[in-house]
Ligand binder design. Structure first.
Ligand SMILES: Cc1cc2nc3c(=O)[nH]c(=O)nc-3n(C[C@H](O)[C@H](O)[C@H](O)COP(=O)(O)OP(=O)(O)OC[C@H]3O[C@@H](n4cnc5c(N)ncnc54)[C@H](O)[C@@H]3O)c2cc1C
Length: 424
């Protein structure tokens, strides 16, 4: 094998956690290869249209990558800071350019449109891979392998054990973006109909550095809150424009650097992770729901009269699919009791957040601050395999809090630093 095909670290998946890991591996001088099946980076942040990076950490540990990402996004006018001081509002399309700038290192190579076709291993060690890049087979050797696929596809290929502690399936979402919205007109309307700033958050009299107004607003069919928008959604159902299930979860945000764009964190669809036919039918249902929601906002919300559909996510918003057995399984109890660990990966307080398919069945449970141990990212089956992002070794409820983007980024960063310090 030629020397240039030997790496210190190979990362499979160039999404939220994988990019953070690649950045930190490269910064630590490790010869790094990042493999991504799309022709751009970002995963759910770009292909899934998931915004914003939720404010989750209570202490800035393992946030070097996040800070670099925000600074770089500012240079491309792809970021705004909300008045709650969350600076994680990013433009999903521009991020494709921003991320390649952030990951521009001589010792980091990126292979796009590439997946793993073969894994060579012994009982506790992964030795090498054969990659499938376009029509070419590329053999690769590395000391360390990182699964950042979001689905645990690589760990499954390696034969790792998965966690099965809960039969509940969280709802998926297929996000979309509308353009040509008159944001000023909609903001004027929304602050008049909804004065609850926990739900509807607009700049009101504040503007971003580009002199633009921004907003977020939401409505669900859960009855634990009074939702000001519900009467419009109910009217939409009565008028035959919406289905009742379209009321399940309805959330909108203006887009950083996306002039006159509004991003939707909906529609939600059922999660048939073990049935590819049902899964695909749900994706057809999702597009039908997008068409209904689009016609609904055009008719009922001032500012949306001339809206157009500009983006439908090319990656389904899967909140939880597979979690991998690691050296330590992080428990809901560890989270609730704020258990401390040596060398924590992150310190966060994002809530347990489970999207149920049942009316009033979703859970948003506040937590105190919690720490995550590095052992929840180290495979129980192979000594040189690590899992980062939403596939970490955590119980179902704990994963529902840890899956947010900033925590996923800290996981990638912590593993890169761990390898650089202890393993090379
Ligand atoms: C609907 C929805 C809404 C959310 N809302 C928020 C929010 O508002 N704020 C927040 O902070 N978090 C939110 N989250 C959570 C967060 O976005 C994700 O949990 C997080 O981005 C997951 O990061 P990841 O690195 O695990 O996966 P991803 O970002 O999905 O990255 C996985 C990458 O691996 C690539 N890949 C997959 N398989 C292979 C393969 N075999 N070979 C090569 N590449 C491969 C994919 O193309 C992708 O680029 C939301 C999640 C969902 C689903």
């Amino acid at each position: 094998m030629k020397d240039e095909l030997k790496y210190d670290v190979v990362i499979i998946g160039g999404g939220t956690s994988g990019c953070a890991c690649a950045y930190n591996c490269a910064k630590k001088g490790l010869k790094t290869l990042l493999i991504e099946k799309n022709n751009f980076l970002g995963g759910l942040m770009t292909a899934g249209l998931v915004i914003p990076v939720m404010k989750s950490s209570i202490e800035d540990i393992n946030c070097d990558y996040y800070n670099k990402l925000i600074d770089t996004a500012k240079k491309y006018s792809a970021q705004i800071t909300y008045k709650d001081k969350n600076d994680g509002w990013l433009n999903p399309e521009l991020l494709k350019i921003v991320l390649e700038d952030v990951l521009n290192f001589d010792n980091l190579e990126i292979l796009f449109e590439t997946t793993v076709s073969e894994v060579k291993k012994n009982s506790d060690h992964i030795k090498s891979l054969v990659l499938n890049s376009g029509l070419l087979s590329v053999p690769i050797e590395a000391k360390h392998f990182i699964d950042a696929t979001g689905s645990a596809e690589f760990s499954i290929q390696c034969g790792c054990e998965l966690l099965h502690d809960n039969d509940m399936l969280q709802q998926n979402s297929l996000r979309f973006i509308l353009g040509n919205v008159n944001i000023e007109e909609f903001c004027h309307f929304i602050v008049q109909v909804d004065s609850n700033e926990d739900i509807t958050n607009t700049y009101r009299n504040e503007r971003d550095t580009n002199n633009k107004l921004h907003f977020t607003t939401a409505c669900t069919w859960d009855s634990n809150k009074t939702w000001a928008l519900d009467k419009y959604l109910i009217k939409g159902v009565e008028d035959g424009i919406l289905k009742d299930t379209d009321r399940a979860y309805f959330q909108l945000f203006s887009v950083a650097g996306g002039d006159n764009q509004v991003a939707f964190n909906c529609p939600r669809i059922n999660n048939y992770k073990n049935n590819p036919f049902m899964y695909s039918r749900e994706l057809i249902n999702a597009k039908r729901a997008i068409w209904r929601l689009y016609n609904f906002v055009k008719r009922y919300f001032p500012g949306f009269q001339n809206a157009i559909i500009t983006n439908i996510a090319t990656q389904t918003g899967i909140r939880e699919q597979n979690r991998v057995k690691t050296k330590y399984i992080f428990k809901k109890d560890d989270m609730i009791t704020s258990k401390s660990f040596d060398n924590p990966v992150l310190k966060a307080n994002y809530s347990i957040d489970i999207h149920s398919d049942k009316k009033d069945g979703s859970i948003l449970q506040k937590t105190n601050s919690y720490e995550l141990p590095i052992e929840s990212l180290i495979s129980a089956d192979f000594e040189n395999l690590y899992v980062i992002g939403k596939i970490l070794g955590a119980e179902f409820e704990a994963q529902s809090a840890l899956r947010v983007q900033k925590s996923c980024m800290s996981m990638g960063e912590a593993i890169a630093k761990y390898i650089a310090k202890n393993k090379i």
